[in-house]
Design a protein around this ligand. Structure first.
Ligand code: ANZ
Ligand code: ZN
Length: 933
């Protein structure tokens, strides 16, 4: 009803000649405070639905592939999604307006545990559950005013997609990069099933049965990512050049790869019978060898396993494995004694050191064994304090030469380990007084001479365990034959399709594939003998490690993608996503891309074989959280009352504590994007998301601030309505504009528009992290034009400024910009704002510099002996670097300018004698000059 009323009013205002688009939802200038955002969204979503942005693209030489990380189809978007998709949509829409051929696709990371859990618990087919969720979320994505190329949509659980996941597996297999090996898995002895890490709680108990989870060895499939470790590390340099990727992500990748250079040192471990076994440790600090107090072995070290066979107490300790945290100081002393290799190299008296097994020693890092140096390593110190509180530790490194005296201290008297480098103390025999760096080399060299050690490099990176004993994932395309071993499924037989879950499988534990007898039984492709299918499926990270290569040609039935499409669109230009994926997903994607490069399937030069040329890592969205100041308990919205400006706790009347924290159910601080879209409209949300925090930082979600954005929209709307009221102009052309004839108002608005346009273009193309300031620039422009007033501007200048503003807003607030644009378009020639060229420069560089020069002047009224004689242009105070700082200099500047004009010469030097002036007064910083002769 209200809309109709507004329209009537609107038509009356502007006459019926132009305004016949009866669906226009813009309110008139008086009504702008209450724009019907939802109606505007709905109208444009309907129009856009008819025209997939991809199909409408003009062919240009510039291809832009803009990709947000795809979503897990949980059933509803969360605020993090809203943030990612807003950012990528702004970039994509801008690039399209700029004339690029843009690919902006998305899809669904659709395999994984929640669907399978729904199947087990509620008997729902995971495929159906997933499909329904996808439909819901796709609808939500559209309601955000996004512009995705839905033609290219993919879903990792569809056989047409996972056929290629399988073919990549086979390519890796044929190169020896996919292999089977024994590995520890979490095993639930009650449900008799393997559990994912997420299914084991902090106490090491199964999420479902509550049983103590065991770790058992199983044959598992691995991808040999370590074969690419050097390239994965080296090419981080390429990504950090020119800030292609954020530094933070690069350093996380570097840490994960974790190349560490040090030494491998051999200790001799003697058992109770005096039998010696050599054991190697990896250390980065051979210079601390004189400070070694004990040796610690990992719990799966072969020596420990051997001892456990006849030591029930040790076995019990090892069984508690799953319950140890990574920073535990626990340990178990073994019936062994260690001898420091120094005693051999230096012929010193043999000193026996205790040997432990300790959970803090990682089984698959270095040698799975460490030399414990409590004085110089904090974890070792913590361990020693617990196990040998009365055995002093030896300081073998001192910060400076003058503290070289060796010190022996009780561990509890040492507040922290000295972990820096320095000088070796007098405890270090022949090496005393040497610098840490030199001593390191020398000690390793001496050990090497005796065959007791040598330089060693180790990496943190492990091969990628891709096997999952689950149903809802890509089946591993391998057939096990008792004669031929593991045989790849022939390419022509791909995809290996998941069997339908029948009702007998639903609700059961374990991997349903194990029980799908019809599916498992098959013939060996090599010898045709009876064989069994592999029942493991792949980690869902495998799906997401290559999905982005599929979008450019996602409907290709036969190949992964055609060579043409790969060559023209890959790699991805800009990848947008949450920092929480900064390590694993990106590392796996980089690995698979490098592999596909070596296979010649995707483009990339040596040293630059990277899938994502630019990475935009956005921060998290935190929710406003209320808690009770007395108890710390998180409060439900219903427990709060609004008391005037303030919130109070209903029960106690006290003010709650307000913080911003990661959204979660337990903190009652979640925000449902759909509800927010309903409430504020998608465009206001989009603008708010971008405005409220820089892209890389945490966004503190506070809806109270959205009003500000809505007010801004209202002001823009008023400008448009005022313009319409003035009577529209067709296409405006400012090229013939004579800058000197412009009014001051025109000049200032044109310059402001030009400046804003430059800033915005720069942000959209090169500085996405500055989107928040882009919005404030747009608000400033709106206010600038608003303060001058449309009616105080020349028509074409006003039109140019407002249309430029709308175009710059369009990528951010697409429906609102379209709506305003439509109002400005001559009847019958409605053309989407996204089909009009990007603003770029509003005026030519010459016009701009002329305007700037003009702006730098003010008009000075010159009075001679009390009478106004003439006016002269003088520099404005603002244009000077010394603005306001030096009065005398400012006066001199004005005088000089006045004297240099024609009128100035006549009135001050010809009609009067300048040398005979009595008084010269500058008034109003140059607005008036008084000269008395
Ligand atoms: C003795 C020592 C003395 C160490 C000292 C450090 C400081 P990065 O730099 O991460 O490579 N280490 C070796 N293998 C380990 C394992 N399997 N599990 C847990 N810790 C292990 O760390 C190398 C250091 O980590 C090594 O150097 C070793 O402790 C420990 F003042 O050796 B160091
Ligand atoms: Zn066979």
């Amino acid at each position: 009803m209200r809309v109709c009323f507004v329209l009537l009013q609107f038509r009356r205002l502007i006459g019926t000649r132009r305004f016949t688009t009866s669906t226009n939802r813009l309110a008139s200038s008086q009504e702008s405070a209450r724009l019907d955002f939802r109606a505007i969204d709905a109208k444009w979503q309907r129009r856009w639905a008819d025209q997939s942005p991809a199909r409408k693209q003009p062919k240009t030489s510039r291809n832009s592939y803009i990709l947000p990380m795809f979503a897990y189809p949980s059933g509803s978007l969360h605020m993090g999604h809203l943030r990612v998709y807003t950012i990528s949509d702004v970039i994509a829409r801008y690039r399209r307006m700029r004339g690029d051929q843009v690919l902006h696709p998305t899809g669904w990371d659709a395999f994984g545990l929640p669907a399978e859990n729904a199947a087990i618990e509620r008997g729902i087919d995971p495929a159906v559950w997933t499909e329904e969720n996808i439909a819901k979320m796709k609808h939500q994505l559209k309601s955000m005013n996004t512009s995705f190329d839905w033609d290219a949509e993919i879903s990792t659980c569809s056989p047409s997609f996972y056929k290629h996941t399988q073919s990549i597996f086979l390519k890796l297999f044929s190169r020896g990069l996919a292999y089977q090996a024994e590995a520890l898995v979490n095993y639930d002895p009650v449900d008799k099933t393997v559990l994912a890490n997420e299914q084991v709680d902090n106490n090491g108990l199964s999420w479902r049965s509550g049983a103590l989870v065991q770790q058992i060895k199983l044959r598992q499939w691995f991808f040999r990512i370590t074969a690419f470790k050097e390239a994965l590390l080296r090419d981080l340099d390429y990504l950090s050049e020119g800030n292609k990727w954020p530094d933070r992500v690069i350093s996380q990748q570097r840490n994960w790869l974790g190349r560490s250079t040090g030494a491998r040192i051999q200790f001799s471990l003697k058992d109770e019978a005096g039998m010696a076994t050599p054991v190697h440790v990896f250390t980065t600090r051979p210079d601390t060898l004189f400070g070694v107090k004990y040796i610690a072995l990992s719990m799966s070290h072969p020596l420990v396993q051997q001892l456990a066979a006849k030591n029930p107490e040790l076995l019990r300790f090892l069984d508690r494995r799953a319950s140890f945290t990574s920073d535990t100081k626990e340990g178990f002393e073994l019936p062994l004694l260690a001898v420091n290799p120094l005693s051999q190299t230096l012929g010193l008296k043999e000193e026996s050191l205790p040997v432990f097994t300790a959970p803090y020693v990682l089984e698959d890092y270095g040698e799975g064994a460490v030399m414990g140096v409590p004085a110089h390593d904090s974890r070792d110190l913590g361990f020693w304090k617990l196990h040998r509180p009365s055995d002093p530790v030896t300081m073998v490194i001192a910060p400076e030469k003058r503290d070289m005296e060796a010190i022996h201290v009780l561990p509890n008297h040492l507040p922290e380990a000295y972990t820096n480098h320095g000088v070796l103390t007098s405890a270090c025999g022949p090496y005393a007084g040497m610098d840490s760096g030199d001593a390191r080399l020398k000690i390793v060299e001496d050990l090497q001479k005796h065959g007791l050690g040598g330089p060693f490099e180790t990496w943190r990176l492990r091969d990628w365990l891709v096997s999952r004993q689950r149903y809802w994932g890509t089946p591993i395309p391998i057939i096990h034959c008792s004669t031929c071993g593991a045989v790849p499924v022939p390419e022509k037989d791909l995809p290996v399709v998941l069997p339908q879950l029948d009702s007998s499988i639903k609700g059961r534990m374990g991997n349903p594939l194990d029980k799908a007898e019809d599916w498992v039984t098959c013939n060996c492709p090599k010898c045709q003998g009876p064989a069994r299918r592999e029942t493991d499926t792949m980690d869902t990270f495998v799906d997401s490690s290559w999905y982005f290569t599929r979008f450019p040609d996602s409907q290709n039935e036969t190949e992964l993608f055609s060579q043409d499409s790969a060559a023209s669109m890959l790699p991805v230009d800009t990848y947008v996503g949450g920092v929480e994926h900064a390590i694993l997903h990106l590392l796996y994607a980089r690995f698979i891309y490098k592999f596909l490069c070596t296979e010649g399937l995707v483009p990339g030069e040596q040293g630059q074989q990277e899938p994502f040329q630019r990475l935009v890592a956005q921060g998290m969205v935190h929710g406003k959280t209320f808690s009770d100041p007395d108890t710390g308990r998180f409060l439900l919205p219903g427990e709060l009352d609004v008391n005037g400006e303030n919130m109070v706790i209903r029960l106690t009347g006290k003010s709650p504590n307000v913080t911003f924290e990661k959204m979660s159910k337990s903190k009652h601080n979640g925000v449902d994007p759909s509800v927010a879209i309903e409430k504020f409209g998608a465009d206001a949300l989009r603008a708010h998301i971008l405005f409220a925090a820089p892209v890389s930082e945490v966004l503190q979600w506070d809806e109270e601030k959205i009003v500000g954005i809505q007010r801004w929209f209202g002001r823009v709307n008023r400008l448009v309505a005022d313009l319409v009221e003035q009577g529209l102009q067709g296409r405006v052309d400012l090229s013939s504009l004579d800058v000197d004839k412009l009014t001051d108002n025109d000049a200032s608005v044109l310059l402001l528009t030009q400046d804003t346009s430059k800033n915005i273009s720069h942000t959209f193309s090169n500085d996405i992290y500055g989107l928040n300031t882009a919005i404030s620039d747009l608000i400033k422009l709106t206010n600038g034009v608003h303060n001058v007033g449309i009616k105080n501007l020349t028509k074409r200048v006003a039109h140019q400024a407002v249309s430029a503003l709308l175009k710059m807003m369009a990528p951010i607030t697409p429906a609102f910009a379209e709506e305003c644009w439509e109002a400005l378009t001559e009847n019958g020639k409605i053309e989407s704002i996204f089909n009009s060229p990007w603003t770029g420069d509003i005026i030519s560089p010459e016009q701009e510099s002329a305007l700037k020069a003009r702006q730098r002047c003010i008009v000075c009224a010159v009075q001679v002996n009390g009478k106004l004689r003439f006016t002269a242009k003088v520099p404005s105070a603002k244009s000077r670097e010394t603005a306001g700082s030096d009065r005398a200099a400012r006066d001199a500047e004005i005088l000089e300018a006045v004297l240099s004009t024609e009128d100035g010469r006549i009135w001050l030097t010809q009609k009067n004698d300048w040398e005979k002036r009595k008084r010269v007064v500058v008034v109003g910083d140059g607005k008036v000059l008084n000269v008395v002769f």
